[in-house]
Design a protein around this ligand. Structure first.
Ligand SMILES: Cc1cc2nc3c(=O)[nH]c(=O)nc-3n(C[C@H](O)[C@H](O)[C@H](O)COP(=O)(O)O)c2cc1C
Length: 365
C-alpha cells in the first residue's frame, strides 16, 4: 500500500474526480490490488440476517456501480461490498461535470444520476462470482446489490422488480434505493404507500441463490427525512419485518442540505447530494432515531461521513449493526479500512465489549 500512498494517491488527487475514479476501477480490474485477504480478528465478526460478516465495515453503493471490482474491494479488508445502483436498462446519467470535491470539508457533491451499464451487464459480472466454487470466499466479503430505477421509467415498482429478477440469485442482500437525490421523483418513493408496492413487487420477483436462500431486502433512505417520515418508515419497517417484506434499513444516502459551516463555498453551490464528513452528524442522528423507534428490532446499516474508527464505533453504538463508507475512502485510500478496524476493536474492548455485536445500540441501554 506504500506505493498507493506515496505515488498513486497524490496523482489521483490532481485529476478530475470522475477520471480518478475510472482509473481506480480499471487498475483494480487489472489486478493492482491486494491478492489475498488478511483474516479479521474474530471479535469483529458479526452475524446479521443469518450471514456471517467478517467485520462490520463495508463499501457503500456508488463506487462499484457495475459490479466490476467487488473481489478486489473485499480483499482490501472490507467486510462487505455493495454494488450498484443498478437500473434495469443502461443509462448515461447526467452531463459532466457531475462529481465535485470539497477537500477542506473532506466532502464530495455528486449528481451522477445512476450512470450504469444496466442489469444484464451487472448480472454477467456477478455471475462470474457464482461460477467460482468459493463464492465470496475469494474476497471474504459479502456482496449486496443496490437497485435503482431508470430515469425515464414511469413504473418504479416494475423497475425494482426487473432488477430483482435479474440479480437476486447473485446477491447476498438486496437494496431498494429510493433516496438518491439525482433521479427526479425518486425520493417521493419513500412514502409508505409507494414503498409497499415496491417491496411487494421485489418479494414476488426474488429468486434463491445457489444455496437455496432468498436474499434479505433492505431499504435505503435519505438523511433529509422529517421526524414524521422517520416515524412512518419505522412502523413500515417493523411490520415489513414481520411480514417478510423488509429485513433492514440503510441510513443514509447523501443529503441535499448544505450545512452553514461548509468551507468550500463555491463548490457547495453545485446541485447534488453531499457526502463525507459534513454528513456524519445528521445521518447518525437519523440512524439513532430509527433504532429508538424500531426498538432495535430492525437491523440497520449506518452510512454517512464515516472516516475513522471513532465514527464507525459511534454509528454502531447509535444502533448500526453494520457501517459503510465511500467518500473517506476516496480521500484516504485503502489503508483506511485496516485503521478503522484496528481502532474499532480498541474502542469496543475499552468499553468492555468482547464482541462487536454487543456494542450495537449501546447508547440506548
Ligand atoms: C460519487 C457517488 C456516487 C454514489 N452513488 C450511489 C448510488 O448509485 N446508489 C446509492 O444508493 N448511493 C450512492 N451514493 C451514496 C453512498 O452510497 C453513501 O450513502 C453516501 O455517499 C454517504 O456515505 P459517505 O459519506 O461515506 O460517502 C453515492 C455517493 C457518491 C459520493
Amino acid at each position: 500500500m506504500m506505493l498507493f500512498n506515496m505515488v498513486i494517491r497524490p496523482f489521483l488527487a490532481r485529476l478530475d474526480p470522475e477520471t480518478a475514479h475510472r482509473l481506480t476501477i480499471r487498475a483494480l480490474k487489472c489486478g493492482f490490488g491486494p491478492t489475498v485477504r488478511v483474516a479479521d480478528d474474530p471479535r469483529l465478526n458479526i452475524r446479521v440476517w443469518g450471514m456471517d460478516f467478517p467485520n462490520p465495515v463495508g463499501l457503500a453503493a456508488g463506487f462499484d456501480k457495475n459490479a466490476e471490482v467487488f473481489g478486489p474491494m473485499g480483499r482490501i479488508g472490507l467486510g462487505f461490498v455493495e454494488v450498484g445502483s443498478v437500473t434495469p436498462l443502461a443509462q448515461p446519467g447526467n452531463p459532466r461535470p457531475r462529481l465535485f470535491r470539497l477537500p477542506s470539508d473532506r466532502a464530495v457533491i455528486n449528481r451522477m444520476g445512476f450512470n450504469n451499464e444496466g442489469a444484464d451487464a451487472a448480472r454477467a459480472n456477478l455471475a462470474q462470482r457464482a461460477s467460482k466454487t468459493d463464492r465470496g470466499a475469494a474476497s471474504g466479503a459479502i456482496v449486496g446489490v443496490n437497485l435503482g430505477k431508470n430515469k425515464t421509467s414511469e413504473d418504479a415498482a416494475s423497475d425494482y422488480s426487473i432488477g430483482t429478477a435479474a440479480l437476486s440469485e447473485f446477491a447476498d442482500y438486496l437494496v431498494v434505493n429510493v433516496s438518491s437525490p439525482n433521479t427526479p421523483g425518486l425520493r417521493a418513493l419513500q412514502s409508505t404507500d409507494e414503498l409497499l408496492r415496491i417491496v411487494e413487487a421485489v418479494k414476488t420477483a426474488k429468486r434463491p441463490g445457489p444455496k437455496g436462500v432468498l436474499p434479505p431486502v433492505l431499504v435505503k433512505v435519505a438523511p433529509d427525512l422529517t421526524d414524521e417520515d422517520v416515524a412512518d418508515l419505522s412502523v413500515f419497517a417493523l411490520s415489513g419485518r414481520e411480514s417478510g417484506l423488509v429485513d433492514g434499513l440503510i441510513v443514509s444516502n447523501t443529503t441535499i442540505a448544505r450545512p452553514a459551516d461548509l468551507k468550500d463555498n463555491a463548490v457547495a453551490e453545485e446541485t447534488g447530494g453531499l457526502s463525507g464528513r459534513p454528513l456524519f452528524e445528521r445521518s447518525t442522528e437519523v440512524l439513532r432515531d430509527f433504532y429508538r423507534r424500531t426498538e432495535g428490532q430492525v437491523p440497520l446499516i449506518g452510512v454517512g461521513g464515516v472516516s475513522s474508527g471513532a465514527d464507525a464505533y459511534a454509528k454502531i453504538r447509535a444502533g448500526a449493526s453494520l457501517v459503510q463508507l465511500y467518500t473517506a475512502l476516496a480521500y484516504d485510500g485503502p489503508d483506511l479500512v485496516a485503521a478503522i478496524k484496528r481502532d474499532l476493536l480498541a474502542r469496543m474492548l475499552a468499553d468492555g465489549f468482547t464482541r462487536i455485536g454487543s456494542a450495537v445500540g449501546a447508547d440506548h441501554k
